[in-house]
Design a protein around this ligand. Sequence first.
Ligand code: G3P
Length: 218
Amino acid sequence: MKFFVDTADIAEIRSLAETGLIDGVTTNPSLVAKSGRDFFDVLKDICDAVSGPVSAEVAATDAEGMIREGDKLAKVSKNIAVKLPMTWEGLKACRHFADKGIMTNVTLCFSAAQAILAAKAGATFVSPFIGRIDDTGADGMQLIRDICAIYRQYPDFTTLVLAASIRSPLHITEAGKAGAHVATIPPAVLKSLVNHPLTDKGLSIFLADWQKTGQKIA
Ligand code: G3P
């Protein structure tokens, strides 16, 4: 299972990249706005910090405009994945980039039927939004299960399921059980994954007992 970090905060990305556990980054217009920085400056910094895919979202709503913007975004680095909305125009642009060998991430996926369209458009990634579905009172994880089950039936579908809008560690473990290839995770949730009270308690006991031995390892 690959881990992407879902942020445009370069300090967070650099610090998480040091763990060696980050396989890529996803951004969206809201995250770029939150960073308060120039989009292209942010993208350059992120692409310098991580070698895996970096999703950069277009703002145009017509395929021609998306292609123009996507071409410009893709020039930033080889690891840019052009992020496109789940619309007919976005799917047309997706096919264009797939044919050119440029990575794509079809975002704002809220149904299995949409995920089938993304696969047929040759998307590198499809982003089903778990948390936002949960927010409506429905089960976001069921969508991940359904998409993974459908994709498994068709070996010619090469699109990777990128579980997005993740809010908790449980979202990550459940997405993993369903077979999601990637989870894109907000920094705070990613950092919380290591926490367990029994780990802290066990470590304190080991350290106290080790001290009693009076020994040194190095
Ligand atoms: O980047 C797309 C997605 O992960 C957004 O998450 O928390 O804004 O629903 P959220």
